[in-house]
Design a protein around this ligand. Sequence first.
Ligand code: ADP
Ligand code: ADP
Length: 229
Amino acid sequence: RVVLQYRDVRKLYGDFVALSGVSMEVERGQVVCLIGPSGSGKSTLLRCTNALETLDGGELLFDGVPLPRDPASIRKVRQRMGMVFQNFELFPHKTAIQNVMMGPSTVLGLSEQQSRARAEALLVKVGLSDKAGNYPANLSGGQQQRVAIARALAMEPEVMLFDEPTSALDPETIGEVLNVMKALADDGMTMVVVTHEMTFARRVADHVVVFESGQIIEQGPPAQIFDAP
Ligand code: ADP
Ligand code: ADP
């Protein structure tokens, strides 16, 4: 079943064509990696996906339905997509567990007890149960990013969007984040991942999409993309 379908997507910034003719799809349970040089439009496509940007042409269907344009419907759609950014963007004055509990309690309206239980389980899942009381400043970059992943998962999203999740990390903590992402993929999560980690793309992706200058120049299974003669 197709979760995200992009048909001839076009995005402009003024006269600048950030995306054109972008057609691809993401099936349920797939990991799709977006690769290509910096400035080729990968983040723009992610921001269009969760309606942080509007399209200037073409169509983007989520679960068969075009993305809405009114703020209330956009909020609802966004709740069904988890987003993880390059720079974590945790709330600095909240502990790890408070960061993870916030969505369930304030957006989903779960009780304090339910939110805490959900957050604790997710911190176990990302290997941080012993850091629940730490503030972001007292966590490594890799640990902060794992909290950010737990926070996104706490909303029980149908799709996870990752925008260069390891690009801001020290080399020694990249692996722990990629391992959490791999485990999530193995659990069957539908994921769209912008990354420069070619080993991850080769090993974990079901489908790789190569961008250049706002266009898709190639897409297919990793074997086809990486092992072509
Ligand atoms: P990538 O994620 O592949 O590095 P981006 O999607 O971030 O690429 O950017 C694609 C191009 O669009 C770049 O040239 C970038 O400078 C430009 N761009 C991105 N956001 C904006 C914006 N808000 N206004 C103008 N240009 C932008
Ligand atoms: P990345 O390529 O890692 O996604 P960028 O540095 O291109 O990050 O973009 C960071 C932010 O700056 C984004 O919110 C993007 O929309 C904005 N931005 C990028 N390029 C431009 C630009 N040429 N003009 C205005 N805003 C831009």
